[in-house]
Design a protein around this ligand. Structure first.
Ligand code: ADP
Ligand code: ADP
Ligand code: ZN
Ligand code: ZN
Length: 843
């Protein structure tokens, strides 16, 4: 029933109604959002876009959905956070395509995420060519993750691991006592093995290479496990005498061959660092039975278009699409055998058509260079999000709201157009789209803009505008307006002259083949190109590794729990630096890797400013009277922290059948410290309250503490003033983590001669913040350093001294230097897909 005479109120005309939203920094906002539209949330970083789109709208949709499916889940949700909002009506079910924030990586591949692997298995099972007399196989026999499909030799891993004398004994001039057998455990267990060898009569003081082969083989490879008396510190003669005289041994020791120890530890240890340690002593080779294809022989004997399923999974998606198209259209050439089975042809056509349909969307999103077998942890967050997006486009869902987080991340402007058309398709099938975005092209194509701001944190959280894009032009307070409607505002500056060139030759990695590239020293260089062209392979992989190797730095990091070590195939690294290293004294890579994967690390601990804060607390008179030192104020140290949650602030609640949830600690209620520690205050705030401050507020609070104040200033300068000091690393986006690293570096900056490498630092940054970032990068170069940035944002490219454009295409169609030059020269380059976009910024 409608009230006569009154116009339809918004929610009746297809609007969602939000009243009293207060999540995080949102200022009790009321808002109506259209359905079946592309809605883009804009505003500076930290203004509250995600708090609204994800924290409120998506969270509420999710909560309602879970409530409707499971009363059990409902009970749990009382422990979990419910968004702070009075009322939301007209909200459809939601699907989030969020970029992961430091989530542990799961073991999956492009094929499994897109479900293309399932289709291919079905194709091989039902329409493959089987050798004469071989029975048909179920689809699962084509999956290496099932017992019926896995190669029996390598258990579906594709690689076999072995140890050799060389891998176990890297330096054979050492004696056993000097730890020739590097693979042996360190500390006590290693000494134990040595003492057993002494009892057994082996010479542990002779260089390894001078021991007889028979002895060397036994020590390394025996499967025997003799148990012998051990007399630590005795020589073999003394041991013999002791046994004769029936002297009681210290203990009985069990010997284990080095191979047995390494393989057993690798297969069974729960500790990622142990696993990593022993993996150094193993050599992995492609499995000789399946040739790395991970499947059992019968499955590999089935072919389609002359290829087994392992071969087909190694085609780039674009080639796979080309191969499948004729089958989808029923135009493929047929053998006699095939003609005899018309039903098989129908099956083939149906599956091929489905495959091609899915592939087309992936190609449109610029992902045609990916291989099905590529593992998802090696993809960038942006690539992964677009894979999921493509999968959704084909899912035939409607009436859903898709919530996306900066889908343009990692996209060259040429690829952004394809992204928009995929979003358009989802909308055309009757869905709504909420997109948090900074990219001006995406914002311009929105049906509706919601501009949040005006600034970050406390100074944001208001809705400045909600309506069609044009209307934002009238909203003066908006920080987005200036960029969306302003004329080109590029400060034109003479490019700097190189003080030398860092020359790379013969670079071979991924899609780069014997490439040469030169980077000007003392300048800022941007490396451009469409996604998949090879920018990261060149800069973040090869350049970083070569420079690190020359500087003698160790880049290997501790593996995180759950990391799939056994899947990491070795990479071929080709290339060397032929000039320029004399001007590079230090390398700093500022990447988007999380600054830590546990809530124990946070902004304050990572940047080192927390050390100073803890000293201030230890210096208060009460703390001194109680003899509390700085360690007392660390939530990682037993003395001061809350024992119930061990300083985490929350406890994990294990649930049957569902992922575990975190609930606030019942003792400290999230404060992380014990009551005695919290009694100490510095200028009326206890340590937990200080960790709750935003960088901006802390900047005022610590005005008189130069060291802390300086660190906070730099954080503000990179646009992180809105973050709280104690914000756990796990809540930070990749872009935020990167800016924290940058700020930490800027604090240390000084001497010059440092090479800074950044991969897409503008991710997650509003144009206003990008301006600040460019100023920071300029500062680094002015101080005599070199900056190399992989970047899609043309403002950054225009502001650089030198541009290297990689391409022309993606994957094997890329990998070449298309053009190099100053931004002005580059804007005129023929063949470069970057040139026209850059030209728009330079007159
Ligand atoms: P945007 O998406 O616009 O960058 P956010 O919505 O992420 O901004 O952040 C808005 C404000 O809310 C910031 O001050 C931020 O520090 C705060 N915030 C974000 N996530 C959380 C959280 N999980 N807990 C508390 N505050 C948060
Ligand atoms: P860009 O940085 O320009 O987007 P990349 O250097 O990431 O391009 O990728 C170039 C090519 O190398 C692509 O075909 C990509 O699939 C491949 N590639 C990149 N990283 C890996 C990896 N870790 N393993 C396998 N292939 C990779
Ligand atoms: Zn195998
Ligand atoms: Zn606690």
């Amino acid at each position: 029933q409608t009230d006569k005479g009154k116009p339809l109120s918004p929610e009746k005309a297809g609007f969602m109604r939000v009243r009293g939203a207060r999540e995080h920094n949102l200022k009790n906002i009321d808002l109506d959002i259209p359905r079946d539209a592309l809605v883009v949330f804009t505003g500076v970083s930290g203004s509250g876009k995600s708090s609204l789109a994800f924290g409120t709208l998506y969270a509420e949709a999710q909560r309602r959905y879970l409530e409707s499916v499971s009363p059990y889940a409902r009970r749990l949700f009382h422990q979990m956070s419910v968004p702070e909002v009075d009322e939301i009506s007209g909200l459809p079910p939601a699907v989030a395509l969020q970029q992961q924030r430091g989530l542990p990586t799961t073991r999956s591949s492009v094929g499994s995420v897109t479900t293309l692997s399932n289709l291919l298995r079905m194709l091989y099972s039902r329409a493959g060519e089987y050798p004469e007399g071989q029975p048909h196989l179920e689809a699962e026999a084509f999956s290496p993750n099932t017992p019926s499909g896995a190669c029996p030799q390598c258990h579906g891993l594709g690689r076999v691991y072995e140890v050799t004398e060389r891998s176990l004994v890297p330096d054979d001039t050492l004696t056993i006592r000097e730890r020739a057998i590097a693979a042996w455990p360190t500390a006590w267990y290693g000494q134990n093995l040595r003492d057993i060898l002494i009892t057994l009569g082996y010479d542990v003081d002779k260089p390894w290479k001078d021991l007889p082969k028979k002895e060397r083989d036994w020590i390394l490879f025996t499967e025997e496990q003799p148990v012998v008396p051990v007399y630590p510190g005795f020589t073999h003669e003394e041991v013999k005498r002791a046994i004769k005289q029936k002297v009681e041994p210290s203990y009985m020791g069990t010997f284990s061959g080095a191979r047995r120890y390494v393989l057993h530890t690798f297969a069974n240890t729960e500790s990622a660092s142990m696993k990593k340690r022993v993996s150094q002593y193993m050599e992995s080779t492609e499995c000789p039975v399946c040739n790395g294809k991970r499947l059992q022989p019968a499955s590999l004997s089935v072919t389609f278009a002359g290829m087994d399923i392992g071969e087909i999974a190694r085609l780039p998606l674009s080639r796979l699409a080309t191969l499948m198209r004729p089958y989808a259209e029923g135009k493929a050439a047929q053998s006699k055998k095939e003609k005899a089975h018309p039903e098989r042809q129908i099956v083939t056509q149906r599956i091929a058509a489905d495959l091609v349909g899915r592939l087309e969307v992936l190609l449109e999103l610029g992902l045609g260079y990916l291989l099905l077998e590529r593992s998802t942890p090696t993809l960038s967050p942006g690539e992964l999000q677009r894979l999921r997006l493509a999968t959704q486009v084909r899912s035939n869902l409607f009436g859903v709201v898709y919530v996306l987080d900066e889908p343009s991340a990692g996209l060259h402007p040429a690829d952004t157009e394809a992204l928009l058309s995929a979003l358009e398709k989802l909308k055309a099938s009757g869905n709504s789209l909420f997109v948090v975005e900074h990219d001006l092209d995406v914002i311009r194509s929105a049906d509706w803009i919601i501009d949040v701001g005006p600034d970050a944190g406390e100074h944001g959280g208001r809705i400045l505008y909600s309506g069609p894009p044009d209307g934002l032009a009238a909203v003066e307070i908006s920080k987005t307006r200036r960029f969306l409607f302003a004329e080109k505002t590029i400060l034109h500056r003479e490019p700097r002259k190189a003080s030398g060139w860092l020359q790379l030759e013969d670079v071979t990695r991924n899609n780069l083949h014997q490439l040469s590239a030169a980077f000007p020293l003392g300048c800022m260089t941007t490396v451009t190109g469409i996604s998949g062209s090879g920018k990261s392979s060149l800069v973040s992989q090869v350049l970083v590794e070569l420079v690190a190797a020359q500087l003698g730095m160790d880049l290997s990091s501790e593996p995180e729990e759950g990391e799939a070590l056994e899947q990491a195939a070795p990479v071929t690294l080709g290339g060397h630096i032929t000039a320029g290293m004399e001007q590079v004294k230090r390398l700093v890579q500022v990447d988007q890797q999380p600054i830590g994967r546990t809530p124990r690390s946070n902004l304050a601990t990572y940047t080192g400013l927390f050390d100073h804060v803890r000293k201030l607390f230890a210096d208060t008179s009460t703390a001194r009277a109680r003899k509390y030192d700085a360690g007392r104020f660390s939530f990682n140290v037993a003395k001061g922290r809350c024992e119930t949650c061990q300083g985490e602030g929350f406890v994990m609640v294990e649930l049957l059948f569902l992922p575990s949830v975190y609930a606030p600690c019942p003792t400290c209620h999230g404060a992380r410290y014990n009551a005695q520690t919290l009694e100490i205050t510095y200028r009326d705030k206890n340590i937990a309250e200080v960790l709750e401050l935003t960088v901006d507020d802390a900047w005022t609070f610590f005005e008189d503490e130069p060291k802390i104040h300086r660190a906070l200033s730099v954080l503000r300068e990179v646009g992180l003033g809105y973050l709280r000091l104690g914000q756990p690393a796990t809540q930070l986006s990749g872009g935020e983590a990167q800016r924290i690293k940058l700020a930490t570096e800027l604090q240390r900056m000084g001497r010059g001669d440092t090479l800074y490498v950044l991969d897409e630092p503008t991710t997650g940054l509003h144009p206003a913040d990008i301006e600040k970032l460019v100023v920071q990068l300029e500062g680094l170069v002015n101080a005599g350093n070199t900056v190399i940035v992989v970047e899609h944002d043309m403002r950054v490219v225009a502001a650089s001294d030198w541009v290297i454009d990689i391409g022309p295409g993606a994957g094997e169609e890329g990998g070449k230097v298309v053009a190099t030059g100053t931004p002005t020269e580059m804007a005129k380059a023929k063949n470069s897909r970057t040139a026209p976009y850059l030209a728009r910024f330079l007159h």
